[in-house]
Design a protein around this ligand. Sequence first.
Ligand code: PMP
Ligand code: GLU
Length: 393
Amino acid sequence: MPHVSQRLANVCESQTVALNSLMAKMRREGKDVVALGAGEPDFDTPDFIKEEAIAAIRQGFTKYTPADGILELREAVCNWLKEEYGADYQANEVIITNGAKHAVYEGILAVVDPGEEVLLPAPYWVSYPEQIKMAGGVEKILDTKKEDGYKITPQQLEKAITKKTRLLILNSPSNPSGAVYSEEELAGLVAVIKKTGIYVLSDEIYDTIIYDGKKYTSMIKFKEIRDQLLLVNGVSKSFAMTGWRIGYLAAHKDIVNAVKRYQGHSTSNPTSVSQKAALAGLLGKKDFLAVMNKAFTERRNYVHQRLTAIPGVTCMLPQGAFYAFPDFSFYYGKKGIKGSNDLCSYLLEQFNVALVPGMAFGMENNTRLSFATSMQALVKALDRIENGLKSLL
Ligand code: PMP
Ligand code: GLU
């Protein structure tokens, strides 16, 4: 048996990524499977972005760039943060990363020492616990309830903080629940963060995907915790650019510098061509965002209405992102279904519909569905889910 380091031997596979590969395999085998698994917009990257990338290739922009990304892109991020949220950031307080996923990991690495605690509200995105582990941190889960909109409270946060706590990871809009913290709710958390001196990594990758005409509040708005904030975002979701792998981290320049040193030894610059494409997205017109959000709103409403019409199923109406997180636990214990893993296997194997078990997000009673797919696929998927669940009765 080859030797695998303890560090990696203990890391679980990403269930969302694994499901994506499984779907591709099933489709190659000719199976008519509807995939509501991995969350990525079904929209194509807009043409105005692709054109810039093609031009960059033609112009020979195919060499190394600075490890922290090209200056124009870091400046465009600063302008975006200024325009959207009124935040004042300089280019040396921003680093371009290989997707938002890597920005989260690098952010954790930059501030958490081995053995220190990282507070993680559940349900959480699949990669956070593994990234904390890889960085040598210790995850401390903060459970939330559907009745509280799957959100933590300032009291809960304060109670969980110990001498060992270094970081809180917050993700609003949330993957998987679709919860969005209001300005008032964030202000409550900010007061505790300020008072206790912990860091907060705010993963805002879904910030432009917000429903019901609400205005999104970014953590960057709270200037009193500027030095404690690590803001993560990127172009994957907003601009339908998941495969281009461009994200960013904005933080105090010392933290950004530490990440820059790490990036300089580990990945070097994110792909040069992708940086030009991301630049086009950030500088381009924002009407694309509204078109996507309109489609997501219709799908969200449809999915929510279909799910809550199934006997025994409850589901919070998502306020942002493109996931629904229904509670299917009414069906556990029926016909040998033990929990969320069993239920998802049953629906995939017998009804050809792929969902992600709540277990992957630290919430066993629930199951995640991505509605970033066509209405036609959603109709088919919901018919199959409904049939599958009703067959258990
Ligand atoms: N954070 C959350 C909450 C996500 O859902 C995703 C999507 N995979 C990411 C970060 C990573 O985004 P990217 O594809 O830019 O790495
Ligand atoms: N963010 C998506 C998801 O949660 C993409 C897959 C991944 O990178 O984990 O499904």
